[in-house]
Design a binder for this molecule. Structure first.
Ligand code: AMP
Ligand code: ZN
Length: 692
């Protein structure tokens, strides 16, 4: 057998197996980068030796995300994947070649490649008729009802034409972090969580996950002659575009002019700026609020696109540049068990130190037993680790079993206090709240950088005080007579003790948001606290009132808070030990109430309940107006009820206005709303929910 023939056979078999485990079993045996590389290698070999292509070659299908439990519908536009390059150089070469082939000055748009779920929205007669996943490119799954829960997707558009819009549904990173903390099985990344969500059977569950969308292509029969013109029309129809893009032309001024004409925000640049733009975009990746896995370069001129046409699977007028996710191989030396401050037991792999994306990795979390069982991981195994999207490193898969290795299992007892562990969902917990590991964890968190940040109160001080029997709970920190307890102890000189006393005293003045964060309530980090306060729950009293009333709805009415988080907060804050701790801290003088402007957004709408109706010039789609209300502490609802304090009324929108008038709700027009937003501070509107 010739070398090429053998390689084609090997690649075909390997890729078929990978496709099968990914699409059928729902798990990935190989990183995306490696998969794409192998796939492209096979494509290239088949292209140069068409006679050697196997009739069942995995290149013959695009791979399918079809789920048979969801209805299948046909696509009426080509839903292709993109040709890919793996270095900025390759992308630049492609742009140069394509420019020449274009035979005229066509211009190139570079967009971010959003790492989400591909979706096609079909509109008929002005209404959203169906939303289909990519599927196999010809047939997709109908997820219309779920997609309708995404507020930034217009349900109707002001045109009778048949319109298809391609976009990417994604979950913002901060929402992902918030949600993932309480997931039974934590997801590896926002994309996986979004993918799972969009295929749920109950759209009500989908509505709780704050998915969003960026659209990037539109198809209809119209006058538009360029990609920019298409994007411009999509924006006017109320679709959400990603503003992070650039348009390149030989003449920079011309690029800027065309953008301005289209009313679009991106950068207008010259081809000379290409390399530095690509570099800058690559560097910006981790600071974005959503995940991207590359960039996409596209020909702007539609006529040039038509001339360039399509290859089997890809348009010839676009090229993706996929970022590498760094990966490495190493050996699992041991698996340890850590007990967190909530009692959660987390297995951690100790690795043979290995370099990965600029740092040396020797530990990596394994999350829980399910994750280990899924990997079929044991001590001694050789594994592939990666750092996807610049986040914490993860074990991706076992490459080779160690000699005699078998799947590792969590011990049945807490390694610190030997209490029998209990399983809740995917995680195991030590149920003993007095477990020294938990007590120490809570204290370290409270006094540490992410909490009250008490000077001189590091892990050693905590360990010594615990050993001396002086420190058993957080409030003890503010009661201990440090001179009496620590005086004469090794390692605690007069200066050190004075430092601790001073650190503790000055931490007493920390703002409420810091105190609340430092309590270490599961899922209630800095961001979560900010969200609560912005939504009007700005004092311990108000929060505990919601907890005591078991009012999960008050919490889930806040856009970023899901059912699970709401229940977690309520459970944690109902715990008598926690309540004693809070009462003690309050009596010791710690802040239990937020001050105005303590978190961003000044709460000028705090306590108010707004409903939004009609359409707006400056808030398109109108969810943008709702975001503004929420950012400043107000609540939003979709109907006018007795609780509604304000109706923001744009043009159109009759029935809600009538209802509001009947109920005596304050009605605000767009202009007044803008002036309210622009007022220098909230003292200009009073806190009773009335204006002026
Ligand atoms: P791939 O699935 O790796 O072949 O890459 C193609 C996919 O990238 C498309 O199907 C889209 O789902 C996704 N994508 C994300 N952002 C963009 C964008 N700005 N333009 C085109 N495709 C995009
Ligand atoms: Zn324990």
């Amino acid at each position: 057998m010739s070398d090429v023939k053998a390689e084609i056979k090997r690649l075909s078999e390997q890729l078929t197996a990978y496709q099968r485990s990914y699409y059928v079993e729902g798990r990935s045996q190989v990183s995306d980068t490696e998969y794409d590389r192998l796939f492209d290698r096979l494509l290239a070999l088949e292209a140069s030796h068409p006679d050697l292509r196997l009739s069942d070659s995995p290149t013959q299908r695009v791979g399918s995300d079809l789920d048979t439990s969801l209805a299948e519908r046909e696509h009426t536009i080509p839903v292709l994947s993109l040709d890919k390059s793996y270095t900025a150089g390759e992308l630049l070469d492609w742009i140069e070649k394509t420019e020449k082939k274009g035979q005229s000055e066509v211009g190139i748009v570079i967009e971010e490649k959003i790492d989400g779920i591909s979706i096609v929205l079909y509109y008929e007669g002005g209404l959203l008729d169906r939303a289909l996943t990519r599927g196999n490119g010809f047939v997709g799954n109908d997820v219309t009802e779920n997609v309708k829960t995404i507020a930034s997707i217009p349900l109707s558009i002001p045109t009778e034409a048949s319109v298809a819009v391609r976009g990417e549904i994604y979950l913002p990173k901060d929402s992902f972090e918030l949600l993932n903390a309480t997931q039974e099985i934590p997801y590896a990344n926002p994309r996986n969580l979004a993918a799972g969500t969009i295929r749920r059977n109950k759209s009500r569950e989908v509505a709780r996950i704050p998915l969003d969308i960026f659209v990037y292509e539109g198809f209809w029969e119209g006058e538009e002659q360029s990609h920019l013109a298409i994007l411009s029309q999509l924006a006017r129809w109320g679709f959400r575009l990603n503003k992070n893009f650039a348009y390149f032309h030989t003449d920079r001024r011309r690029a800027e002019e065309e953008l301005a004409q289209a009313g679009l925000e991106g950068f207008g640049l010259s081809f000379l700026d290409l390399a530095s733009y690509i570099e800058a975009e690559t560097g910006k990746r981790s600071s974005l609020g959503y995940e991207i896995d590359g960039l996409v370069a596209k020909v702007n001129d539609l006529e040039a696109r038509a001339r360039l046409g399509y290859s089997g699977h890809h348009p010839r007028w676009a090229m993706a540049y996929k970022f590498e996710s760094p990966q490495a191989q190493t050996v699992v030396l041991d698996i340890d068990v850590q007990v967190g401050r909530s009692g959660r037991i987390t297995p951690v792999a100790r690795l043979k130190p290995v370099a990965l994306g600029g740092s040396t990795i020797s530990n990596v979390t394994l999350h829980n037993q399910d994750y280990i069982s899924m990997l079929e991981l044991g001590v001694g195994d050789t594994v592939e680790i990666s750092r996807r999207g610049d986040v914490i490193p993860a074990v991706e898969r076992v490459l080779e079993k160690g000699e005699g290795s078998s799947i590792w299992h969590l011990p049945p007892r807490c390694p610190v206090c030997h209490t029998v562990v209990v399983k809740e969902g995917a995680h195991s917990f030590c149920p003993n709240t007095h477990c020294p590991a938990q007590v120490r964890g809570r204290l370290e968190f409270f006094a540490g950088k992410g909490g009250m940040d008490i000077e001189g109160f590091g892990p050693e001080t905590i360990a010594s005080l615990m050993e001396l029997g002086a420190l058993a709970d957080i409030d003890d920190i503010y009661r201990i007579d440090y001179e009496a307890v620590l005086g004469g102890q090794p390692g605690f000189g007069e200066r050190k003790i004075a430092l601790i006393v001073e650190g503790v005293a000055s931490s007493k003045g920390r703002p409420f948001s810091t105190v609340l964060t430092a309590l270490g309530i599961p899922d209630l980090g800095k961001k979560g606290v900010q969200i609560l306060i912005e939504a009007g729950l700005d004092s311990m009293e108000k929060i505990l009132a919601v907890v005591d009333a078991h009012d999960t709805e008050r919490l889930t009415a806040i856009k970023q808070i899901g059912q699970r988080s709401a229940e977690t907060y309520i459970t944690a804050l109902s715990d008598p030990v926690m309540r004693r701790r809070i009462a003690a801290l309050a009596s010791l003088g710690l802040s239990m109430e937020a001050e105005a402007g303590e978190v961003t957004g000044d709460g000028r709408f705090t306590g108010q309940v707004w409903c939004v109706t009609g359409s707006f010039e400056h808030f398109n789609p109108r969810s943008k107006a709702m975001e503004e209300v929420e950012r400043h502490g107000g609540r939003t609802t979709s109907t006018v009820t007795g609780n509604t304090t304000h109706l923001l009324a744009g043009s159109g929108g009759g029935s809600k206005r009538k209802k509001a008038e009947e109920l005596g709700v304050t009605i605000i027009d767009e202009e007044t709303f803008i002036s309210l937003l622009n007022k220098p501070d909230k003292n200009l509107s009073n806190e009773q929910g009335e204006l002026f």
